[in-house]
Design a protein around this ligand. Sequence first.
Ligand code: TYD
Length: 214
Amino acid sequence: MKTIPGGLLFSFEGPDKAGKSTQLQLLAASLRQCGYQVYETREPGGTILGEEIRRILLQFKGEDISPEAELLLFGASRAQLMSQLVLPAMRQGAIVLCDRFIDSTSAYQGEARGLSRDFIAAMHEFTLQGKQPDLSFFLDLDVETSFARLRKLKPTFTDDDRFEAENRAFHQLVRQGFLKLAAQYPQRIKTFDASLPKEELAAKILQEARNVIG
Ligand code: TYD
């Protein structure tokens, strides 16, 4: 098994139905084939506590969740993921692949919900314990295509996911948020056209990963 001193953390970001989970699995398989130890995880979730928080974040119907409470729940899930999985895996010299991470918080809670950027930046610092993702794959997809893919998967609309139930204007803001982040952090965040065929996209992602692994 090949190890990398200090490990690596790669995140997959983008709107709903951009194909993040598929690409994450494809990259995990390629990296394992190269001999690396790879952990696959997701946000919110990835730990027992995190999966409980995920259920609340996506499905809680008891009352409205305030934007501030929502932000802190994402933060709690991430703090747990870092200490239970990400940091120990990195200490072993592994590569951690995470389906959504800090950029989703900046895009959804920062840009779309309009919560304080400074607070969110401080929350990232706190939950990541000073670490940063080594590379983030932003799978960009326009809102119409994302909605069309969603409709195809769920022809009769059900609002069983609080985020999928948000309107186009919300998702437009989310996309703007990701695009701004990609422009702000071009070294870390690499943008990909999520409408490309999945094998082509996977090859581009693997190439970027290889550049960072060295
Ligand atoms: P999920 O089913 O994982 O979405 P997808 O399959 O499209 O990736 O649901 C996670 C939802 O949570 C998604 O709509 C985005 C949202 N989210 C935030 O609003 N903030 C965050 O920090 C994270 C990690 C996710």
